[in-house]
Ligand binder design. Structure first.
Ligand SMILES: Cc1cc2nc3c(=O)[nH]c(=O)nc-3n(C[C@H](O)[C@H](O)[C@H](O)COP(=O)(O)OP(=O)(O)OC[C@H]3O[C@@H](n4cnc5c(N)ncnc54)[C@H](O)[C@@H]3O)c2cc1C
Length: 292
């Protein structure tokens, strides 16, 4: 299929993009990598009157360390995120998760921020943004606001971003070397969207797990933390019984849907199995980690 007719503007600056979006009312759309937007336009699931192309805007293709936050610009492609040495050092779980994202052509064009804006419930970058307390920097002609991730996702493919807002940066908390990490996902073919994935972070202090974070994707309307499973692990020495209790509480806490790819029961079972593996990896990496 072909998209409905639209106007196209190649923005020269963030201010220029914001101005065009403001003039378009609710009908404008930013295009970054186009890897999700163009298929949706071709199927006429979205019919923007104006496409605002941000690819020529200078200064948006950088990853920066700013104190304890990583700043990922709106034109940082998936392959850049996967290879970036700053991300590998300060948030290695992101590097690990990126190994599962899409195929070569998609990775060359798609952007981290575009994925967060697209808000697919089975996409790795929104999940990383939830896990690492991400903040979304959104600019419009009304100014700039920073949206905490807890106020950003509103459902499958739905966010709190206003139609006239452009995301310039997503910033994430760093984890550092002391934090053990584990990421496991299952997809039918490598690079496809996941049926389920689980990400785990934890420190190890006097033989106990501390600062435990567990996030899931593909098993609900949006990626989320699982506090019930985190609480089972937090402050405890890890043993098989504790891991079993955590995976069972994770299975109880999630509400996956059935679809063409998998039943809800299968996804629930799968998420528990992946959680067990991710918890073990995080624990063993935390044990090996050398404090910075
Ligand atoms: C075959 C295939 C397989 C894929 N597999 C995976 C996978 O395994 N895992 C995964 O995570 N993703 C996967 N994707 C999706 C891919 O990661 C997309 O690149 C990503 O979801 C969107 O990024 P983009 O830069 O291409 O955004 P676009 O397609 O350009 O835009 C997507 C949406 O975000 C909005 N948007 C984009 N950037 C901004 C911005 N800066 N400010 C405001 N709004 C913005 C657009 O208006 C649009 O609504 C796959 C895609 C394809 C085609």
């Amino acid at each position: 299929m072909k998209p409905a007719a639209f106007d196209y503007v190649r923005a020269e600056s963030v201010a220029h993009a914001a101005q065009i979006l403001a003039g378009a009312g609710s009908d404008g759309k930013v295009i970054a990598g186009g890897q999700s937007l163009m298929p949706m336009m071709n199927f006429r699931l979205v019919k923007p009157s104006v496409l605002v192309d941000i690819n020529a805007i200078a200064g948006l293709d950088h990853v920066e360390l700013n104190g304890s936050r990583l700043r990922i610009g709106a034109l940082v492609r998936h392959f850049m995120t996967a290879c970036d040495p700053i991300i590998a050092q300060h948030a290695p779980i992101v590097t690990e998760a990126m190994k599962h994202v899409a195929h070569l052509t998609v990775r060359n064009r798609g952007t981290f921020c575009g994925s967060v804006c697209h808000a697919d419930p089975a996409a790795e970058m929104p999940m990383m943004t939830v896990l690492l307390d991400g903040r979304i920097h959104a600019v419009s002609t009304r100014g700039m606001r920073i949206i905490p991730i807890g106020e950003f996702f509103a459902g499958s493919l739905v966010t709190s971003l206003e139609p006239d807002e452009l995301v310039t940066t997503v910033d994430l908390a760093t984890t550092g070397r002391e934090m053990g990490y584990g990421f496991h996902e299952f997809a039918r073919r490598h690079g496809d969207y996941a049926l389920a994935a689980v990400a785990v972070l934890m420190r190890r202090e006097a033989g106990k797990a501390r600062d435990v974070r567990i996030a899931v994707m593909g098993v609900g309307e949006m990626p989320s933390r699982v506090p019930a499973a985190e609480e089972v692990i937090e402050g405890n020495e890890l043993c098989d019984a504790a891991i079993l209790r955590a995976t069972e509480s994770l299975r109880t806490a999630i509400s996956p849907n059935s679809d063409l790819n998998a039943s809800a029961d299968y996804r629930r079972h799968l998420a528990g199995a992946l959680a067990g593996r991710a918890i073990r990896d995080a624990w063993s990496r935390a044990r090996e980690a050398v404090p910075a």
